[in-house]
Design a protein around this ligand. Structure first.
Ligand SMILES: Cc1cc2nc3c(=O)[nH]c(=O)nc-3n(C[C@H](O)[C@H](O)[C@H](O)COP(=O)(O)O)c2cc1C
Length: 338
């Protein structure tokens, strides 16, 4: 049987052997709190490459130390991070996976010691701290940090870069009117709220001509927040700026109840893909081969991002292949048991 899930996919000259993407997932495993790759990362990511995942997106990796979600996040704010990242990339590639890294800044959701920054001085909830409102200089410095992160990602050998603009972290805080109350050119209108992401994309594009993904939260799940219609407009701009794929997640901008069910975010990926004509990734409770195949075959998304199912089962591609009746080549060492 031929399936779309197990057919190759080429994006801007990078060919993935199948459409299975490991969704970025923080491991909070930098025990020395220096953002450097440790044994855990090497074992964890290489195992999914052995498991035949087509593209592995390395977890949210902080472009500044201040922008970490926790002190144990991976980091890319210094050239000192390069040695570990290079090794990580080569381990994943050695086992046939293509590699991406998610460049991130946590904004007001940073849970680190010291000052935290965001577009406006509003805390996420009563348990979180009030961030300092970013000055123009902070904005410029942070855009530079994303650019430097992209330069290092290139040097480390990653095939793809993903900008984290979802889940209520810094870029998402600029986009949403719930978190951005600025009076300057970075706040107010939709265009102004998009300015920060726009400048980050342009800065990254100056140093990176490979495939560029942006992860978004397509709904704030709040009556005054952004909806998928707003993101269709933003996605048009991203496409114009040379973004190759929108990785469509949702929520976490403000505390809100989300109705979660199998494939609960797929309709957003589908709407954006259809309305904008841009490639999308679908994510969120996609757990079976049949479900993934349905999404791809009905052209609801171009890639499927698998999160927790790949934590439970590093060999999920094999499970999905069996379900779909596909012969998946085994790593040679495992042939007798495959
Ligand atoms: C342990 C864990 C860590 C996560 N870290 C990130 C992250 O670093 N960046 C991100 O964009 N999403 C992150 N997510 C969200 C996942 O990438 C994914 O979007 C979400 O889990 C829904 O997909 P799933 O139902 O297949 O798990 C994380 C999720 C989990 C479970």
């Amino acid at each position: 049987m031929t399936t779309t899930l197990f057919s190759p996919y080429t994006i801007k000259g990078v060919t993935l052997k199948n459409r299975i993407v490991m969704s970025p997932m923080c491991m909070y495993s930098c025990h020395n709190e220096d953002g450097k790759v440790e044994n855990w990362h090497k074992i964890h990511y290489a195992a999914r490459a052995v498991g035949q995942v087509g593209l592995i997106v390395v977890e949210a990796t902080a472009v500044t130390a201040q922008g970490r979600i926790s002190s144990r996040d991976l980091g890319i704010w210094s050239d000192e991070h390069l040695t570990g990242l290079k090794e990580l990339v080569s381990l994943m590639k050695e086992h046939g996976a293509k590699t991406a890294i998610q460049l991130a800044h946590a904004g007001r959701k940073a849970m680190i010691d010291g000052e935290i920054i965001a577009p406006s001085p509003i805390a996420f909830d009563e348990k979180m701290r009030v961030p300092r409102e970013m000055t123009k200089e902070d904005i410029e410095n942070t855009i530079q940090a994303f650019q430097q992160g992209a330069r290092r990602a290139k040097e480390a050998g990653f095939d793809i870069i993903e900008i984290h603009a979802a889940h209520g972290y810094l870029i998402n805080e600029f986009l949403s009117p719930l978190t951005n109350k600025r009076q300057d050119e970075y706040g107010g209108t939709a265009e102004n709220r998009y300015r920060f992401l726009s400048e980050v994309i342009d800065a990254v594009r100056e140093v990176w001509d490979g495939p560029l993904f942006v992860r978004i939260s397509a709904s704030d799940y709040h009556p005054e927040g952004l909806t998928v219609e707003d993101y269709i407009e933003y996605a048009k701009r991203m496409k114009e700026q040379g973004v190759d794929l929108i990785d469509v997640s949702s929520g976490a901008v403000v505390p809100a109840k989300i109705d979660v069910y199998p494939g609960y975010q797929v309709r957003f990926a589908e709407q954006i893909r259809q309305s904008v004509g841009v490639a999308t990734g679908a994510v969120g409770l996609i757990t079976s081969g049949l479900q993934a195949e349905e999404i791809l075959r009905n052209e609801r998304a171009d890639l499927v991002f698998i999160g927790r199912e790949l934590l439970r089962n590093p060999y999920w591609p094999r499970t999905a292949a069996k379900e779909l009746g596909v012969e998946l080549e085994a790593p040679v060492q495992y042939k007798r048991g495959w």
